[in-house]
Design a protein around this ligand. Sequence first.
Ligand code: ZN
Length: 300
Amino acid sequence: MIRTVLGDISCGQLGRTLVHEHICCYSEPLFQMSGNHYLDKEALISASVRYLRELKSSHHLNTFMDCTPPNIGRDLELLKEVSYASEVNIIGSTGFYYTQEPILYNTNAATIARCMEQDIASHPIGIIKCAVEDPEISDFSKKLLQATAMAHLDSGLPIVMHTNARNRNGLPALELLLEAGVDPRAVTVGHLSDTDDLDYVSRIASYGCFIGFDRLYDNPTEEYLSRTAQKIKTLAGSGFADRILLSHDALFFNGFESQPVIHEKPRFAYCFDSILPRLPASLGAQIMVDNPARMMLANR
Ligand SMILES: [Zn+2]
């Protein structure tokens, strides 16, 4: 079974899935200080429900994986309301973004892992998010990766990892997870659509993990879209078709921008409108339906 914010479903009920998106990211301290002046949650829920319902009817979107961990504004009650009203499955995350915080700085990996395990035991969580950003994997990042591995081994939930493809840190971060005993089939190395270096992507895929083509940018040029589709076809032709995941990494509200606003229609349709038509239909179905289901069930 797969855990959504509204309860467990079978992998056959996932359907067409966007594997790496966000309803919102925000700062809980700023929300405590400024409330609706900073983030109007009712307006956010309305916008999210409206557009997810539209995507469900126009593009058969059935499941939305929300990769926002608690330290950048996960709000499970908000996700439940959006999922209930839109009738789109939403899968929520535990784990930590890479930003250093006082509480994490002084806490060891086992304690951080225990927090994640308690989160998973008491809330409807479906994935563990982790993140590396800098070219060198710092001691702090290593600690978070160790904690992520422990929480995964305890819970069996899949790991979705934000990486910086230009910093080429996905490979060493993946290797750290594997050294900690994680099965590669339980890991998605994310944001690999940000690089054209397919040797790097292939080296990661060769471990048997999922490779996230899970970032598509706003206002894409035709050249960018066809290059992205071509990279997917090349990787599929190299034997990695069963490991490719496609998504946008878009959000309705990014509370870390200088002027945060609620977006009525974030870029959640590019992969349907502009990438899938450039791929063979069978490969498109594999990437949008079969691979997300295998990713969610990996290692269980
Ligand atoms: Zn993201």
